[in-house]
Design a protein around this ligand. Structure first.
Ligand code: FES
Length: 210
């Protein structure tokens, strides 16, 4: 099934995303559990090796990710969103700059420099594929994906993005925060790189980046 493991924004995106996130969490918990069972037999398993496992990079296959869809995985206890944006969504991004708090992502804490490149409004290595930590920078809730361009109860002129209902923070499809909402900064872009066209490793910078 082409869409398995993919969040379809037209069909209950929040619940599906949550299910995916819980599935990923369960898988990680299972792996850690197996590790602890093995401890008596691997006497040299040190705390530093355990810490390494908890923060280990994850590899994600995005070959089934279609335009407008999102994959949700877990890395270091955080939801990681991988979204394939439409050409229309990419074209809208520069038109939003004057409504945003940090449109050029000048706060270096929120993303690695290599995702800014020649088009900082995209905040991504590949133009269409956005990779974000799915936690609001206000109080840490996971915002809802509202990718469709249509009037929403919280914004009659909505151009697609992410909305956190608890205190109404809004972000565009690059995770850039709007002015006038509680969230102080753009969503975080985690370190990541491509092994090939369809494989992303989350948690490791591209080769040659210090
Ligand atoms: S946690 Fe930021 S508005 Fe909900």
């Amino acid at each position: 099934m082409a869409n398995q493991g993919v969040n379809d924004p037209h069909h209950e995106p929040v619940n599906t995303g949550r299910r995916r996130f819980l599935t990923a969490t369960t898988a990680v918990v299972g792996a850690v559990g197996a590790g602890f069972v093995a401890v008596p037999f691997i006497k040299s398993w040190s705390p530093s090796e355990r810490a390494k496992l908890a923060g280990a990079p994850i590899t994600v296959d995005i070959s089934a990710l279609e335009e407008g869809q999102r994959l949700v995985h877990e890395w270091r206890g955080q939801p990681i969103w991988i979204v394939r944006r439409s050409q229309q969504a990419l074209q809208i991004l520069p038109t939003l700059d004057d409504q945003l708090r940090d449109p050029m992502s000048e706060n270096p804490e929120q993303q690695p420099a290599y995702v800014l490149g020649s088009n900082p409004e995209l905040r991504s290595i590949k133009p269409e594929v956005s990779v974000l930590v799915g936690l609001c920078t206000h109080l840490g809730c996971s915002p809802e994906m509202k990718a469709e361009i249509r009037p929403e109860p919280f914004d009659a002129n909505w151009k697609g993005g992410y909305f956190c209902p608890c205190h109404k923070s809004k972000f565009d499809m690059s995770g850039r925060v709007y002015e006038g909402v509680p969230a102080p900064t753009n969503l975080v872009v985690p370190p990541h790189h491509y092994v090939d066209d369809n494989t992303i490793v989350i948690g490791v910078d591209p080769q040659g980046v210090a």
